[in-house]
Design a protein around this ligand. Structure first.
Ligand code: ZN
Length: 212
């Protein structure tokens, strides 16, 4: 009877809506075509439509990815649905920077790769971190390009802005006692199943231990 818990990313909701037909899609296309920012209200609207559809299908929960990004969004979201838990995925900044600097795109086929191989040994009681590179096949190797804005300065600046924006959201949920800190021990492919395991546990205390 268990319906799999859907993973909902708001970027996907916007893309799906743009690909659909209907009065809301027309309005959204206009906004996007004019290069305007999609408002919090529109995103919450799409999200609440999606959650309602899920409820009708028998979904008992959901995982929101990358949302809310601002306190305003978090406040509106509280009026739409109940959030049980907020997972703060944590990764050392020097590793995020290395990963961003390792990004390459194939100039011919457009596929994305990552040349950075992260291999940090365990030290001072901290677990080791290993993230394998995502290497291109031989025929892409000689056509790899680096995006102009993947420089250390730009990446560090993006991270600083992200941290400044996300801190108030973290505080908002800390006050509600809903934040679970989750250190990423490896890349997303290794960490995601581990995270889902953790979320399926009933006991709060066990979750903290499992994440540690
Ligand atoms: Zn290629």
């Amino acid at each position: 009877s268990a319906c799999p818990t859907p993973h909902i990313a708001t970027g996907d909701l916007v893309r799906d809506e743009l690909a659909s037909t209907g009065p809301d899609a027309v309005q959204l296309k206009e906004i996007v075509n004019q290069g305007k920012l999609v408002s919090d209200e529109i995103i919450i609207n799409l999200l609440s439509k999606r959650l309602k559809k899920g409820e009708e299908k028998g979904e008992s929960g959901f995982i929101l990815d990358g949302f809310p990004r601002t306190v305003n969004q978090a406040e509106i979201l509280d009026g739409v649905t109940d959030i049980d838990m907020v997972v703060n995925l944590k990764l050392r900044e020097d590793i995020i920077v290395q990963k961003c600097l390792g990004r390459r795109i194939c100039g011919q086929c457009g596929k994305n790769f990552n040349l950075a191989c992260i291999d940090v040994k365990a030290e001072n009681g901290l677990p080791p971190i290993y993230m394998s590179p995502l290497l291109p096949p031989n025929n892409c190797m000689s056509k790899l390009l680096t995006r102009d804005d993947d420089t250390e300065e730009v990446v560090r600046n993006r991270l600083r802005i992200y941290n400044e924006m996300s801190q108030p959201v973290e505080d908002f949920y800390q006050k509600q006692g809903k934040v679970l800190e989750f250190d990423l021990p490896g890349g997303i492919p290794e960490s995601w199943p581990k995270l889902l395991d953790v979320l399926n546990l009933e006991d709060q205390q066990e979750m903290k231990l499992a994440a540690a």
